[in-house]
Design a protein around this ligand. Structure first.
Ligand code: SAH
Ligand code: SF4
Length: 349
């Protein structure tokens, strides 16, 4: 079968079928950009070619097995099954402004193993394919079409470390931003990484307008290494040089994500280290409350008043700061809570 996202192979099929290139282009636009579904997209082809085309092309790469709507905040968690019977999750975030964001996964599990993250506790299972990454967007859009909504913003903040699946990430970003494919604005896409310096720079060079978010969490080497095992391999100096290069290449600030964990990385010393590490780098700081996970019973979120005080102190030093409020906690769709249970069962089998 030919992947519907594989331009060159699709084009070869088109030529074998003697199909007009404009027809194929319209089919993909209907499917990927206008969210019309497979039937409607196939209508773009001459009727005698539809069955043969459909028999040779793979449109979906994931099977939707569950969806849970949050009762409190308009988040929907979609659970997908892969061909090899693993589970991945995607979260639809409906903002009050009417805009819709999608949080997509890039891997099953994650090899980085951060202490505070449910996905990390699963370990690395495998990278998603390009088809699996993009089908999360296709299927979310199909669901959203009935509400008159469409994905406008995309964040790679679901399961996995996107820069550990770099080739697929780059291919997916190409499709997502091409006008005759998904046609999303690069500035509306954000890739969140735990911090792999060389890959961050490569991403910035190839996609200068795609936003980058760095999960810093601490500017103290010992604290960061305790929270994020990978931090031992890429120290804070190396990371800072990469951020300097990324912001130079992109000419836009980078987002620094900082989880606030009670007593671990939220004190005066932590704040001073952060300010010193940032120096004159153009950054936007996003402070994140910790969403508890069962595997890390000793970690606690910094209480809200202290999160606000931390934010205010940074603001008074001239930084741009936002406090993130996680959506979807009641359907375990909040940051760091994404699925493990089914995958764990699968691993035991
Ligand atoms: N691997 C990438 C992207 C996926 S994680 C990264 O680490 O950046 C997306 C975000 O969720 C990261 O900022 C991560 O630190 C955060 N996160 C993970 N576990 C969390 C938890 N339990 N509570 C709140 N945020 C969490
Ligand atoms: Fe992986 Fe990101 Fe979770 Fe760390 S926070 S384990 S890098 S998904």
């Amino acid at each position: 079968m030919i992947d519907v996202h594989d331009g060159p192979r699709l084009d070869a099929l088109r030529s074998r079928l003697r199909l007009d290139p404009h027809r194929l282009k319209r089919l993909r636009v209907q499917l990927l950009k206008n969210h019309r579904g497979i039937e409607r997209a196939l209508d773009e082809l001459p009727s005698e070619l539809r069955a043969e085309f459909a028999a040779q092309v793979r449109f979906h790469h994931l099977e939707l097995v569950q969806h849970r709507d949050s009762e409190i905040d308009g988040a929907t968690k979609l659970v997908f099954r892969t061909d090899d019977d693993l589970r991945i999750e995607t979260v639809i975030l409906r903002a009050r402004t009417g805009r819709t964001a999608l949080c997509v996964s890039s891997q099953v599990g994650c090899g980085v193993g951060c202490d505070f993250c449910a996905t990390g506790r699963l370990g690395a299972r495998r990278n998603l394919t390009r088809g699996e990454v993009l089908d999360q967007v296709v299927q979310a859009n199909t669901r959203l079409a009935s509400e008159g909504r469409a994905v406008r913003n995309l964040v790679f903040m679901g399961m996995g470390e996107p820069l550990h699946n770099e080739a697929v990430l780059h291919e997916a970003l190409e499709s997502l931003t091409q006008t005759h494919c998904f046609d999303l604005a690069p500035a509306h896409i954000c890739v969140s990484t735990v911090g792999i310096p060389a890959a961050m720079v490569r991403l910035a060079q190839r996609f200068p307008r795609v936003r980058l978010a760095l999960s810093l969490h601490s500017a103290r080497q010992d604290v960061r290494s305790r929270l994020i095992p990978l931090a031992r391999h890429h120290d804070l100096d190396e990371l800072r040089s990469a951020v300097a290069e990324v912001t130079r290449v992109q000419g836009q600030p980078i987002m620094l994500e900082h989880l606030l964990l009670d007593g671990l990385n939220d004190g005066a010393e932590d704040l001073e280290a952060l300010v010193a590490w940032i120096g004159d780098l153009p950054v936007h700081i996003n402070l994140i409350p910790y969403n508890p996970i069962p595997d890390a019973p000793l970690l606690k979120s910094t209480p809200k008043p202290r999160r606000e005080a931390f934010a205010n102190e940074l603001k008074s030093r001239g930084f741009r700061v936002t406090l993130r409020y996680s959506l979807g906690a009641d359907v375990t769709a909040a940051c760091g809570q994404l699925v493990r249970d089914e995958n764990r069962r699968e691993a035991r089998r």
